[in-house]
Every structure is written in structure tokens, then in C-alpha cells.
Design a protein around this ligand. Sequence first.
Ligand SMILES: O=c1ccn([C@H]2C[C@H](O)[C@@H](COP(=O)(O)OP(=O)(O)OP(=O)(O)O)O2)c(=O)[nH]1
Length: 155
Amino acid sequence: MSCTVNVMWDDSADKELPLPTYQTAGAAGADVCANFPKADRGGMVLEPGQRALIPTGLRLAVPAGSEVQIRPRSGLALRHGISMVNAPGTIDSDYRGTVGVILVNLGQEAFHIGHGERIAQMVVAPVIQADFQLVNALDKTARGAGGFGSTGVDT
Ligand SMILES: O=c1ccn([C@H]2C[C@H](O)[C@@H](COP(=O)(O)OP(=O)(O)OP(=O)(O)O)O2)c(=O)[nH]1
């Protein structure tokens, strides 16, 4: 499936950086870059345990009925412990502000985020909006209220 997502740079963005890019034909996520305002183009350092909102410089118009999920990149996670506090971040179809990525350094060393570095990936996904109905009873199931390891925990 494919769709068009209209994109604009925000005023302080480096407009020479690439738009979100699928790196392979079958990629689910389009890589997105850190895009710092001019004064901050040296990038920034995330100390161990620190989190920061990293600008992408991108403003999106996600088609109604869909969302964009922002997810961490596994390479950064494995090599450097860089993840996202709120993974997956949700970009609503009616949001028109600049998309930010809330990175966190779960590693043990400081990590430098370079201007233009691919920091996360965007996945476009369909959305179902529910009509939440208050009722007096729910239909019965075999699981019932069992959860949180009720079927056993292996480790
Ligand atoms: O990682 C993220 C998460 C959110 N957003 C933007 C787009 C999204 O549409 C908006 C609101 O996000 P969310 O609903 O997660 O935030 P909230 O804390 O519930 O705030 P709000 O009251 O603004 O909805 O913020 C980002 O740029 N990056």
C-alpha cells in the first residue's frame, strides 16, 4: 500500500537535508534526520540517561484515517543504547507543527547526535477511531481477566 504525505520544512530547517527516505524497497519505515536550526548545526551530545527533543524540521499533513508512528532505529539502539522515550511516537493526522523525536541515551557513554544524522524512522499506519460505548456487561471469554503473565512466564 502507498499514500502521499504532504511535507513542508519549517522556517528554521536545513532544506538541503533529505526528506524521509525508505532505504530499501520493502522498508516499513522511512528514515528521518536530525535537523537542527542554524545556530545548533554542530549537533548535540546526549549524556547517559539524558533525553532531548530533537527537531526534524518537518511538518506533515498525514492523510485523514492514518497516523505516522515514529520509531527508534535498531542500529542506534544496539550500538549506542539510543532509543525513544515514547516509542512509538504518534503523529496525528491533524498535527501541523514540527515533528520532534524524543531521544534518550540508555547507553553508558555520551552520544553525539549530528545534524543530518538518521535518528528514527516514520511508519505510516491506518487508524481506527472507536465509538466508546458504556455497557453493563462485557462478553465472556476463556481468558477472562487473566493477564500480566497469567499463562506463565518463561524466565
Ligand atoms: O514523538 C512525538 C510525539 C508527538 N509529536 C507531535 C505530533 C503529535 O500529533 C502531537 C501530539 O502528540 P501526543 O498526542 O502524543 O501528545 P500529548 O502529550 O497527548 O499532547 P497533546 O495534548 O498535544 O495531544 O505532538 C511529535 O512531534 N513527536
